[in-house]
Design a binder for this molecule. Structure first.
Ligand code: ADP
Ligand code: MG
Length: 435
């Protein structure tokens, strides 16, 4: 095929992707390059590893479908990195840096709710280890903590490409630490963590009650701090409110800058909806943005969820997006939101969805086929009801609050990484809210 033909084919393919999967499409798809199309193998060049990873994880089916539609042949799509100039030396073996390409500073809307957190992350990404150390961000779930952490990584790498960054969820820190003890590779683990330029641990509240991990983290913290390496931490509450955390750690968390993220105001929510739509190349009218901003008030992830529901509804109905359609798409949820959701509603929906028995969810069984639905129940109960962790644990076989907290963290991580889980959770939430 002539170069011009393949270029034309690629343009058509990107247009097709935008048509079949608007929610997962991004305006920057236009900047992707066709590297090779040969014998049914189509290779796409991405600017960096994060982009290639994102496309592989979230969009490979859509790309394959579009490629097959356009060429009329079976095609396998591969994502590579342009010029392969990226090095991976900055990535520690266990903490593989999987950055989300959307989570940049450019895509973060700054408002009164997050101004300090944003500014301090910016400062730290430009001169790690010298401005605010440690930087401690805290706030409720869905307010942009993880987004800011990814943005720091993107920006720090732009400023200094060889910078070594270790970015771990707190759970990954704990698990890696435990497995290093088991495998007898503790000193390797320690020296790897202690030699990075930036150490980022997301959701440090998971260190609660884990005394040995706290001890390990304490020494890692000291080593990095003394060498003027940057430490960035996030949590769901302020350092002094982190119960069952060693006092010496809490005091260190406060040595640098502590920045809180609050729920966004109406104006900021509108700007975020517009930003998310813009990123996907979607036109969104002011009245629809306002509708979404009114609907989702506390967790920003819900704003994106609402946008997705509207586009999915429009696609299924084969209708253009109008205010009326948006109201219908979100309307069902708004009406039912007046009825308080109970844990029983959640258990009923989850048992039906996964085809498991309630007695099993409440039993001591720990097989994956039971444990996962049980953890999903805990996560949904935490997000959709006002019950305490103890009460949730009580409904699920008398489990204690730390088990529930652990489950919520696990499912939250999973849904961030795995689009299929996210869809399951969205579908379950929808069923529960419809009653
Ligand atoms: P947290 O880690 O605090 O639970 P996340 O960083 O995972 O929250 O954010 C949840 C979602 O909301 C992400 O998709 C993120 O991009 C988005 N988000 C949060 N705050 C903002 C913001 N100020 N501007 C744009 N998107 C945001
Ligand atoms: Mg997070």
């Amino acid at each position: 095929m002539k170069t011009q033909d393949t270029a034309e084919l690629f343009t058509q393919m990107i247009d097709r992707i935008k048509a079949i999967d608007p929610v997962n499409s991004r305006t920057w798809f236009d900047d992707l390059r066709l590297v090779e199309f040969n014998g049914g193998r189509l290779e796409i060049g991405c600017p960096d590893e994060a982009t290639a990873q994102f496309l592989q994880d979230q969009c490979s089916r859509t790309f394959t479908q579009a490629a097959q539609n356009i060429t009329g042949h079976l095609v396998s799509v591969h994502f590579g990195i342009n010029g392969s100039s990226q090095t991976h030396s900055a990535i520690p073996a266990q903490g593989v840096l999987k950055l989300h390409p959307d989570y940049s500073f450019d895509n973060f809307v700054v408002g009164p709710c997050n101004r300090l957190a944003h500014a301090s992350c910016m400062a730290v990404s430009h001169s790690p280890g010298t401005t605010y150390n440690p930087l401690f961000l805290y706030g409720n779930v869905g307010l942009g903590k993880t987004h800011l952490l990814h943005a720091v990584c993107h920006e720090a790498r732009k400023t200094e490409s060889g910078i070594s960054i270790c970015f771990l969820s707190c759970e990954a820190f704990v698990n890696t630490f435990i497995s290093a003890i088991e495998k007898g590779t503790l000193s390797e683990f320690q020296s790897r963590l202690r030699s990075v330029d930036i150490l980022i641990i997301d959701d440090v509240q998971f260190l609660r009650e884990r005394e040995q991990s706290q001890e390990e983290f304490f020494h890692t913290f000291n080593a990095l701090y003394n060498n003027r390496r940057q430490i960035i931490l996030t949590a769901d509450s302020a350092p002094s409110e982190l119960s069952r955390m060693e006092e010496r750690l809490i005091s260190r968390f406060k040595w640098g800058l502590v920045a809180r993220l609050d729920a966004p105001s109406y104006e900021t929510r509108i700007a975020i909806v517009q930003k998310k739509a813009h990123l996907r190349g979607l036109d969104i009218s002011e009245d629809i943005a306002a509708l979404i901003a009114n609907k989702a008030q506390t967790n920003i992830r819900e704003l994106e969820g609402a946008l997705t529901i509207i586009y999915a509804t429009a696609k299924t109905a084969g209708e253009p997006i109008s205010l009326d359609l948006a109201r219908r798409a979100l309307g069902e949820q708004m009406v039912s939101a007046e009825r308080p959701i109970t844990i029983t509603d959640i258990i009923n929906a989850v048992t039906k969805y996964f085809d498991v028995r309630q007695a099993d969810l409440q039993s001591k069984k720990r097989s994956q086929s039971i444990a996962l639905p049980r953890q999903i129940c805990m996560y949904l109960a935490r997000n959709l009801t006002k019950h305490s962790l103890e009460e949730i644990g009580g409904h699920l076989g008398g489990r204690d609050h730390s088990t529930v907290l652990h489950a919520c963290g696990k499912i939250d991580q999973l849904q961030q990484k795995d689009p299929a889980t996210r869809r399951q959770l969205d579908e379950l939430s929808r069923q529960i809210q419809l009653g």
